[in-house]
Design a binder for this molecule. Structure first.
Ligand SMILES: [Zn+2]
Ligand SMILES: [Zn+2]
Length: 105
């Protein structure tokens, strides 16, 4: 799914084993042996609120010259508390958000 998860104990994000058990996904860290239940509910990573809305963010790359071209878009979640203005703008324009960091040469 492309959602970055990491071990809450040791921070490992590569050596993880996901396993579906009764509809829930448990994750096993092969680095420190911790097993935890993966929370599938999107959540704001700043205030941990679940008041988030899906939005699309553009994936841009710098082609020849200075022109930025949009390659594709990815799903992100905007927090109604932390990203209020961004979210309002997104709902008005309904066009993909520009990433915070633009590619540089
Ligand atoms: Zn771990
Ligand atoms: Zn938030």
């Amino acid at each position: 799914m492309g959602v970055l998860i990491s071990c809450p104990r040791c921070g490992e994000s590569e050596d993880l084993n996901g396993e579906q058990v009764d509809g829930d996904i448990t994750v096993h860290c092969l680095s420190c042996d911790l097993v935890w239940l993966r929370d599938l509910k999107p959540r704001c990573d700043r205030c941990t609120s679940t008041d988030v809305r899906p939005a699309y963010e553009a994936i841009v790359s710098k082609s020849r010259g200075t022109q930025l071209s949009m390659q594709s878009a990815r799903l992100v979640y905007l927090c109604q508390h932390c990203d209020a203005s961004k979210l309002a703008e997104y709902q008005i324009t309904n066009s993909p958000l520009m990433p915070n960091e633009l590619p540089t040469e």
